[in-house]
Write a protein that binds this ligand. Structure first.
Ligand SMILES: [Zn+2]
Length: 465
């Protein structure tokens, strides 16, 4: 029996309820996650929210759904301009360096690459067109330093923040600008300044505001009424509120479900650059097994804070060790990091059912792990009792499949591709790219002699053994 999903129930920030994720198109999920502004190394908090949404994406795929996941790169903003000026570099150069750092960290974390990675600077014409419409309808207005959205024109402004407007207004008053009609109004376009990159527009040269970038890119690539807009809790207000306000002001249906993940805390305080309790993800991943960070994040509920300290990382590493030991004991071949479709996999039906039920209940990964831990104990107990091949192995294999569905590949030391073989595979791809078939064939023979099965997948050498 294969347990197929009813549907994922996920907390929706807009209604403040846990409700089923309704899909616009049957069998398909359209999902947008706000990506990084690339002016520095990613920090641990970034790693957490990216892992949460990677797990949601993987879970939906595991249920047989076709997921389109879009996540942007903000490649122009004040921080990038500042950093470029400080170091005498171009904005483009700075953005490219930190985009590379971002994806290197994501690859280490086994976070699947998005299906599309729109860059803000490639979508300026669409942003200019949106602003022209908002100006024409009176939802936006012009000041000496740019274009602002008149939030009083948006009937349900504040719905994502979940706070009364007067509270939001009081909070926004600190950095108010004399020409703004309300402290809540926000910049859609920042007028050009000398020495800064700018783009021409009918309302004056300048550059887009951050909130304008995401609304244009998400609607452009996923269409109106896309299924799920996600991000860290700190993006709820003002970023997501302001993305949504522009869509509403433009008379368009925006995301129908909004989900937000909790933050990383250090000694009970939110980790942030301004508090200087910031650790880069790149540093963390140099020191620990990236799978342990994924495990640590998933052992907490995604909306609760996660405490990241050397102790909690060490505990996660120990838990991972127990899981790897299971794979070693039962000689399990590695599964992943590519997504797993559970209907294609052989999994113990009871374990599968409890796994899916926990995941569908607002992504209750702590409960999913607790169930898997019980299965690990049961598999070990039956092996201790001499029943390795029957119940024990099946259960151990099921645990490995379900962990792979969460993006965790167990290591048994079996079937792994070593560094020499990886180098050979890369050289073979290069030989094929330059149509040097003789060299590519010789390298295939060498890999086969090392005991690998060599397949060509999407133009790349794929190895297994
Ligand atoms: Zn965004």
């Amino acid at each position: 029996m294969v347990y197929r999903s009813g549907m994922l129930r996920l907390h929706d920030t807009m209604t403040n309820t846990v409700r089923p994720l309704a899909l616009r198109d049957e069998g398909k999920v359209s999902m947008y996650a706000c990506g990084p502004t690339v002016y520095d190394l990613p920090h641990i908090g970034h790693g957490r929210y990216v892992l949460v949404w990677d797990v949601v994406r993987r879970f939906l795929i595991s249920q047989g759904l076709a997921v389109t996941f879009v996540s942007n790169i903000t490649d122009i903003d004040d921080h990038i301009i500042e950093r470029a000026a400080e170091h005498g570099r171009t904005e483009q150069d700075v953005a490219q360096e930190f985009e590379h750092a971002w994806f290197s960290a994501m690859d280490l974390l086994s976070v699947l690459r998005p299906d599309a990675v729109p860059h803000a600077t490639a979508f300026i014409p669409g942003m200019v067109a949106l602003l022209e419409r908002l100006l024409a309808s009176g939802v936006a207005y012009q000041t000496s330093d740019g274009v602002y959205l008149d939030t009083s024109k948006i009937a349900d402004y504040g719905v994502l923040a979940g706070q009364p407007l007067d509270q939001l207004r009081a909070g926004a008053r600190i950095e108010t600008h004399p020409e703004k009609r309300s402290p809540l109004d926000f910049a859609l376009w920042k007028a050009a300044k000398a020495g800064e990159p700018s783009w021409d527009a009918p309302f004056g040269a300048g550059r887009p505001g951050w909130h304008t970038e995401c609304v244009v890119m998400s609607l452009d690539l996923l269409g109106e009424g896309f299924d799920l807009h996600v991000g860290g809790q700190d993006l709820k207000f003002p970023h997501h509120e302001n993305e949504r306000a522009q869509a509403v002001g433009d008379g368009r249906v925006f995301a129908t479900h909004w989900a937000h993940s909790g933050w990383v805390v250090v000694d009970g305080e939110k980790m942030s650059k301004s508090l200087k309790n910031f650790t880069s993800l790149t540093d963390l991943l140099a020191r620990c097994d990236a799978r342990a960070y994924r495990l640590l994040c998933l052992q907490s509920h995604y909306r609760a804070p996660v405490e990241v300290t050397p102790e909690t990382i060490a505990q996660a590493e120990a838990a991972l060790q127990r899981l790897d030991n299971l794979a070693r004991r039962f000689r399990l071949a590695p599964i992943g990091p590519q997504p797993v479709v559970l209907s294609d996999a052989e999994v113990d039906p009871e374990l599968l059912q409890t796994f899916v039920e926990a995941m569908e209940n607002d992504l209750d990964t702590p409960r999913a792990f607790a169930n898997l831990a019980l299965a690990v104990s049961a598999a070990n107990a039956s092996a201790d009792a001499g029943d390795e091949e029957a119940a024990g192995r099946g259960l151990a294999q099921s645990v490995a499949v379900l962990l792979a569905a969460l993006g965790i590949t167990l290591r048994s030391g079996l079937g792994e591709v070593d560094a020499t073989a990886q180098d050979l595979a890369r050289s073979r791809d290069e030989a094929r790219a330059r149509k040097d078939w003789a060299t590519a064939d010789r390298m295939r023979a060498e890999l086969e002699a090392l005991g690998y099965t060599v397949e060509d997948r999407n133009g790349e050498t794929s190895l297994s053994r």
